[in-house]
Design a protein around this ligand. Structure first.
Ligand code: SF4
Ligand code: SF4
Ligand code: SF4
Length: 272
């Protein structure tokens, strides 16, 4: 049972959130929502342990499609960053604010950037592109994410200052147009940089929350130095350019890790 500890732990955490929100918010939706997400991510990890090749992709599609199609398109919830700002400024602790609190602000203290590896609907599409292992790392373009972060904040602030009407409608269209732009830009950048995750590394505003919080993540890849033979296979397999053989918190690109476990799969000595 020891090897199933992680999926069981995550299931328990999500179930605790689900029941707590259900009872405190008196809304059955939260029980369904967080139970479904927790079960999907745990299933992905369970399948990974069982060595199913597409385990992570299965979780990514289960959660990503649910959030994009059901919550976003059918229920009209803007779960993008501008939706978060909007609900935060209106003082509404509902879907988008709860989603950000759990997946992107406080959750990463426990499971790092697991959101980016197992749930994000943008990466869900980008991960189908051909450059799973990037041709090169180290472009110094990460500053762009701070510009997009500020732009999302200013966009929502401007709407409030202008006393714009039909805000819910505007947020729905912002969700549609924002997603279309993200996908288009993500695909173009993937081909330009020969890196499926170029959008995540340079543009995505959400990483402004994710990176500092995941620095302290409890769950992280560690290297057993007594087993490691420094063959370098793990670094070659990593989509995010992480130096996972360095166990310190300050390791190279440590806050980029999306917990995809490609490094773990590639290690011939089971050192990770
Ligand atoms: S960095 Fe942004 S786009 Fe990439 S997986 Fe994370 S949240 Fe999604
Ligand atoms: S390959 Fe390893 S270090 Fe790189 S992102 Fe995936 S889990 Fe993290
Ligand atoms: S793949 Fe394994 S043995 Fe090779 S460098 Fe990485 S941790 Fe060490």
């Amino acid at each position: 049972m020891k090897k199933y500890f992680l999926p069981l732990l995550l299931l328990a955490v999500f179930e605790t959130v689900a029941v707590t929100l259900w009872l405190t918010r008196d809304n059955l939706f939260y029980l369904f929502n967080f139970s479904y997400i927790g079960a999907s991510v745990s299933l992905g990890l369970f399948l990974f342990i069982k060595k199913y090749k597409y385990a992570r992709r299965a979780a990514q599609l289960l959660v990503g499609l649910y959030m994009l199609v059901y919550l976003g398109l059918i229920c009209g919830e803007n779960m993008q960053i501008e939706g978060f700002w909007y609900y935060l400024f209106t003082g509404v602790f509902e879907a988008a604010t709860i989603h950000y609190a759990v997946a992107k602000i406080f959750g990463p203290l426990l499971f790092g950037r697991g959101w980016c590896g197992y749930a994000c609907w943008t990466a869900m599409v980008l991960d189908f592109l051909p450059y799973k292992v990037p041709q090169a790392h180290g472009k110094k373009l990460g500053w762009i994410r701070y510009v997009t972060f500020a732009a999302s904040l200013l966009f929502v602030l401007a709407l409030f200052l202008a006393h714009a009407g039909h805000m819910e409608e505007i947020m729905f269209w912002a969700f549609l147009i924002g997603n279309a732009l993200y996908y288009a830009l993500g695909v173009i950048l993937a081909f330009v940089f020969r890196d499926n995750r170029a959008f995540c590394k340079y543009i995505c505003p959400v990483a402004v929350f994710l990176k500092p919080m995941s620095y302290f993540s409890l769950l992280r890849v560690q290297c057993d130095k007594t087993k490691c033979i420094s063959c370098g296979k793990c670094k070659k397999a990593c989509p995010m350019g992480v130096d996972m053989t360095d166990n310190s918190r300050k390791r190279k690109n440590g806050t980029e890790c999306i917990l995809c476990f490609e490094c773990v799969k590639s290690c011939p000595k089971d050192a990770l």
